[in-house]
Design a protein around this ligand. Structure first.
Ligand SMILES: Cc1ncc(COP(=O)(O)O)c(C=O)c1O
Length: 372
């Protein structure tokens, strides 16, 4: 059996007629930039998110950059985020001229540890970016309370978390502005790069709309210098076909996660993701911890099972952040997870048979390791 990490072909096959028609319509109408398909997606995505506004953008990195700009973050400011994230989160901070301040994560959720935030606040801190990693919302109530106490903006990095909820609240409503990626492999994925923001704040939405389109309100009249960060019509039309399926895909991911939990429950030395009563995650990734992840990945690979590591080297130890001077030991929990995490295949179309095959080979690898 060959088991891919994600199966975008299976999803396309399940929606082929609608997707093909959507693409053909955009081409027939040459509605490539802006236009009715972008507007329609933005309206339905805002409704899905439970926010007043959604603005379609070129990718999730630009969503973070424009959200930071909209929150007034600029040169000389500091932004607090988790040490365990994809580099896009921190690239966006640098893109607006600000400086990142990392905090460590919780060992059981891999999300920002709220108890460490206040120690990272300085008189330059302007915002906090909680990252809802692997599709699990961060512990938002204490984060929001700290932000309110210190007058900080909160920008949610929801690139991996479309459709998740925290204490019954949709992920997009947990911050002043929430940022999404529609990269093809994400839970809601386009057929190219795409992203967006969702917010209740009219001023934030207006800033992002202006800046994504060369700072203009009409064709050749520019209020300010902006960027070209637009969502295109083809991606918007494809996303509109997929959006109505997002909740059922999230449910299928949770069912797959529950199946893995029970199939792997009795594997010695293997930790499955924690379940939390107040959080409904969407399992963008299913991440387990094992003592020797390289061996497990090797054994799974030999059995035709793809796996991943998200992420193998914490950002503060990457050459890109050497200038911060943060050595090993700076963020111990993040550093430990960096060495022992493995992401197993998870996607809505993953079958029970495929999961049984994965579990069988996880068991076999861990048994062999125990007796080696
Ligand atoms: C946590 C996180 N933030 C931001 C991004 C950036 O999104 P994009 O790849 O659409 O720019 C990603 C996705 O790659 C991500 O996983």
């Amino acid at each position: 059996m060959q088991i891919p990490f994600v199966d975008l072909k299976a999803q396309y096959q399940s929606l082929k007629p609608e997707i093909d028609t959507a693409i053909a319509n955009v081409i027939a109408e040459t509605a490539f930039i802006g236009g009715p398909y972008v507007k329609a997606f933005e309206e339905s995505f805002a409704e899905y998110c439970g926010t007043k506004h959604a603005v379609g953008l070129s990718n999730g990195t630009d969503a973070l950059r424009l959200a930071l700009g909209a929150c007034g973050v600029g040169p000389g400011d500091e932004v607090i985020t988790a040490a365990n994230t994809f580099i896009a989160t921190t690239e966006a901070i640098a893109m607006v001229g600000a400086q990142v301040r990392f905090v460590d994560v919780e060992a059981d959720t891999y999300n920002m540890d709220p108890s460490l935030i206040e120690a990272a606040i300085t008189d330059r801190t302007k915002a906090i970016i909680p990252v809802h990693l692997y599709g699990r919302p961060a512990e938002m109530d204490p984060i929001l309370a700290i932000a309110r106490k210190h007058g900080l903006k909160v920008i949610g990095d929801a690139a991996q978390a479309h459709g998740s909820t925290y204490r019954g609240r949709p992920v997009a409503t947990l911050a002043d502005v929430s940022c999404f990626s529609f990269y093809p492999g994400k839970n809601l994925g386009a057929y190219g790069d795409a992203g967006g923001i969702a917010t209740d704040d009219e001023d934030i939405a207006e800033y992002v709309r202006l800046m994504r389109n060369h700072g203009r309100r009409s064709k050749y009249f520019h209020d300010v210098e902006g960027f070209n960060c637009r969502l295109d019509g083809l991606q918007a039309a494809i996303l509109s076909v997929k959006l109505p399926h997002l909740d059922s895909w999230g449910q299928k991911r949770r069912e797959a996660a529950a199946r893995y939990h029970s199939l792997l429950a009795d594997v010695p030395n293997l930790v499955v993701p924690a379940e939390q009563d107040h959080i409904v995650p969407v399992y963008h990734l299913y991440v387990v911890r094992v003592p020797d992840r390289d061996q497990l990945q090797k054994d799974l690979g030999a059995a035709g099972i793809a796996s991943g590591v998200h992420y193998p080297m914490p950002l503060h130890l990457q050459p890109a952040y050497a200038h911060l001077g943060l050595g090993e030991g700076s963020f111990p929990v993040t550093e430990t997870t960096g060495t022992d995490i493995v992401s197993l295949p998870i996607f809505p179309e993953l079958t029970a048979d495929q999961q049984a095959y994965v579990a069988e080979h996880v068991h076999a690898s861990m048994r062999a390791q125990a007796t080696a």
